[in-house]
Design a binder for this molecule. Sequence first.
Ligand SMILES: N[C@@H](CCC(=O)N[C@@H](CS)C(=O)NCC(=O)O)C(=O)O
Length: 296
Amino acid sequence: MAPHVLASALSKPIGFRQSASLDKVRPGGLRFGSSSLLLAVSSPLPPLRIRTAVPAPAETRTEPLLAAGDELKVLGTWRSPFALRVRLALNFKGLGYEYLEEDLDNKSDLLLQSNPVTKKLPVLIHNDVPICESLVILEYIDEKFAAIGPSLLPADHYERAMARFWATYIDSKLVAQWLKMFRANTDKQKAEATRETIEAVETLEGLLLSDGQSKKPFFGGDDPGYVDVVLAGMIAWMQGTKALCGVELLDAAKTPLLLEWTERFAELDAAKLIMPDLDNLVEFAKVKRAKMMNQN
Ligand SMILES: N[C@@H](CCC(=O)N[C@@H](CS)C(=O)NCC(=O)O)C(=O)O
């Protein structure tokens, strides 16, 4: 991703609407596979408009953000690392979208009808067609809007394969083991999951060295790309791990490159307004875990 391309994408207006809850949105008009569902009626409340980037002067805007009639919606929650990936990807591409905050304790009909298979977030709804699973959504955004903004995946086929490999690694190893560490019921379970999580973090630290030697600012190279967006969903969770699990994952001595990367990434225009607040996240996770423990 060439810096000027990213800079140009980020200088475009990125407006999205945020609803306090989806209670005000009635389901509909959505297709999942071949089935047709009911009509969508958006909130009667005036939408809150939030800009995530400073608009470029009109004369410097050369590309349309979305074709006329094109509409993107994201169903997410503020704390979801998976939903954050989707919002980051749209921001990097400079694509405007409507953001709908879901209540996972009371899933909206829109979510249930958009993702009847797993009933999970995030869902991207493009012109009333839902796409589910964060990594699938990222690839959809990159392919469907290839002509707009920078690409997330590299052009080279081998590099693309490697980026997908690391994205899968982040989910299957880092995220999966982090969750086990957070949910562990016994010291043995916790110690095992902690070891695995640290191993994943240290492996990712090594990935920030090109050819095992020179430092890369981003996993994508000089600019952020697919792997950056995938891992960035976990930045706040990694930062909160000390408070939640007593384990420092981002350590100036052991993982200096990853620590610097988290700071560099969180400062990007595409990221800074949508990264979750660390204190709120830790507070939320503590309450969640206490509830989980009570249920066991
Ligand atoms: N593999 C999925 C994971 C999505 C996921 O776990 N989403 C959570 C929120 S962080 C969810 O919707 N949970 C609701 C549930 O499990 O019922 C992805 O990458 O999109």
